[in-house]
Design a protein around this ligand. Structure first.
Ligand code: FAD
Ligand code: DLZ
Ligand code: SF4
Length: 506
């Protein structure tokens, strides 16, 4: 064996850098299902099953293309316990001249890889992951010397660099960003497309049995299991999204409906993040749909911004700020994560709906993550690290490089405003405007205080009062501080009492 190529579970791309320069007649691919990777977070059962099945299908795809693949299924006789252990076994067996890997997407695993040079007596090539548009070094250079990082300016650079939605050097339609048009509440009567699913094949069924037997105590429902687990099926699911849902993606991007977990979202983050779909390619397909008149510009722009803007931007922040970033806690929040994040047992209809759907589907869309579970945690002063561990566990698309900046930076403002321009804190009025949750809630969204008042209301004003010094510098928050100050003293007292009694009940 010339090169031993380790392919990780989120590197399921035939053109990934470790495979791109390889020779299938002399090199050997190694893939491994590892207990440690399946348990470093309390991953949702569907997430583990999705990844193991996608890995097994990818190994088959490589073999069919002429590669020699050593694939270690979980629970084999000699579980080596780590990537390092697995590699040591394979190196001893095959005596390769060199180890080749694509850099890990997470800090934890990249550190482990960097230790291999000292551990093994052969060269170790750690190659850049060119499936991202902006490398960590390029992001560092972009960020250097800026007082504030703002996604919008990064995004415009990415538009220019990729040429996506550009007419010459100008943004298509004369504007970079159509977000202001993307805030319509949805109507229950609208026709809702469903993400395209696939019934489990024999490989997936074997994986489902394995996960049920070995990870039965993990969070979440294993079945029904409908995720695509091959590149072809993920591409078909994405094509169905472009045809059926993309035209409405922009308008209803921020809407939430109790009976519609997916609305007009693409439900492809789990495919992008493990390498089944290519980010630039999906953006080109969306641009083509707009140019062909099959989707409006606010939809195409909104979608492309999430991928070449937010997705790349949060990754840049992650590599800029790790490892310290994981322990950011700007507000000094320490409250433990309430049990209902796992059980859904709460009278708050919005939280109950989002946690229930998360347990069933390993999915919630962005506004549910940001403005329901994230917003509640921010207002209630939940420890951001505990919340991070929750988000990392419960979603099929969760990997630390993308989840951590979204949780700690965007949703909890725990980095003090490095990533986001303001805390995403909101009272019940926001949730009521954007969803139908409040209609079936035990609480009254219009009441600010008292036992039946929506808890988000008193908690919101209590958050403003508690953190007036920390948030008052932000013009948008300063306005809220002034509003609070204009409440009668007795009302301020009631707000404090309502918030305290609700928090005591958690
Ligand atoms: P769509 O709404 O259809 O958007 C299309 C694509 O854009 C997504 O598939 C995703 O790749 C990308 N995207 C959209 N928003 C973001 C964003 N803020 N950051 C990065 N990419 C984005 N996304 C993850 O991929 N993994 C995570 O672990 C994750 N954790 C999150 C935690 C919190 C607290 C919040 C607020 C957001 C998180 N997100 C995460 C971002 C976003 O919520 C998901 O990408 C999105 O909901 C996935 O659903 P979708 O594929 O239907 O996305
Ligand atoms: C998320 C995950 C899981 C659940 N299991 C495995 C696994 O058994 N083997 C593997 O190679 N990768 C797995 N992964 C993805 C890894 O956690 C991911 O590759 C690293 O965190 C680097 O991003
Ligand atoms: Fe959520 Fe408050 Fe509305 Fe109930 S009333 S669904 S708790 S926002």
């Amino acid at each position: 064996v010339r090169n031993l190529i380790l392919v990780l579970g989120d590197q399921l791309t035939p053109s990934v850098s470790s495979l791109a320069g390889a020779d299938r007649s002399r090199d050997r691919v190694l893939m491994a299902e590892l207990r440690c990777e399946a348990t470093y977070a309390w991953h949702h059962k569907k997430k583990i099953a999705f990844l193991f099945s996608a890995m097994r299908h990818f190994a088959e795809e490589l073999r069919a293309a002429g590669w020699t693949v050593d694939y270690m299924k979980l629970g084999g006789p000699d579980d080596p316990g780590s990537f390092t252990g697995q590699l040591a076994v394979a190196v001893a067996e095959h005596q390769p001249e060199r180890i080749v890997v694509t850099e890990a997407a997470e800090w934890r695993v990249l550190r482990e890889m960097e230790g291999w040079r000292a551990l093994f007596s052969i060269p170790v090539d750690i190659l850049p992951d060119d499936r991202f548009l902006c490398s960590p070094d390029a992001f560092r250079a972009w960020a250097a010397g800026r007082k504030q990082l703002r996604m919008e300016y990064f995004y415009r650079d990415m538009r220019r660099r990729t040429g996506l939605l550009m007419d010459g050097d100008q943004p298509a339609g004369g504007r970079w960003n159509f977000d202001s048009e993307n805030r319509k509440p949805a109507d229950i009567d609208l026709f809702m497309p469903r993400p395209m699913g696939r019934p489990p094949d024999a490989i997936t069924r074997e994986v489902l049995e394995l996960v049920a037997a070995r990870f039965g105590e993990h969070f979440g429902d294993l079945e029904p299991f409908w995720f695509a687990v091959t590149r072809a099926d993920a591409e078909a699911a994405f094509a169905a999204f472009v045809a059926d849902a993309l035209p409405h993606f922009g308008d209803y991007q921020d809407a939430m409906l109790a009976r519609e977990p997916f609305l007009y979202h693409s439900v492809i983050a789990q495919y992008l993040n493990c390498g089944l779909l290519d980010p630039l390619r999906v953006c080109r397909q969306v641009e083509a749909a707009w140019r062909a008149g099959k989707a409006p510009l606010n939809a195409a722009e909104g979608f492309i911004r999430q991928i070449i803007g937010w997705r790349e931007y949060v990754r840049g922040v992650y590599w800029l700020k790790m490892p310290g970033y994981a322990h950011s806690n700007f507000f000094g929040h320490t409250r433990p994560l309430p049990d209902f994040y796992w059980t859904a047992r709460t009278d708050m209809a919005c939280v109950r709906a989002v946690v229930t759907q998360t347990r069933e589907q390993a999915y919630a869309h962005h506004i549910q993550r940001l403005m329901v579970t994230g917003n509640f945690a921010l207002l209630a002063g939940i420890d951001p690290h505990a919340l991070h561990q929750w988000y990392l566990a419960v979603y099929a698309d969760a990997y630390e490089w993308v989840e951590l900046p979204n949780t700690v930076g965007m949703s909890q403002f725990a980095d003090g405003g490095l990533l986001a321009s303001k805390p995403y804190a909101a009272s019940g009025a926001y949730i009521n405007r954007m969803s139908d949750y409040c209609r079936s809630c035990a609480y009254e969204v219009k009441q600010r205080t008292g036992p039946r008042a929506c808890p988000f209301n008193a908690l919101y004003w209590d958050f403003i009062a508690r953190n007036r010094e920390l948030v008052g510098g932000n013009p948008r928050m300063a306005q809220m501080v002034r509003t609070y100050d204009n409440f009668e003293p007795a009302e301020r007292q009631r707000i404090g009492d309502s918030a305290a009694s609700f928090l005591a009940s958690l």
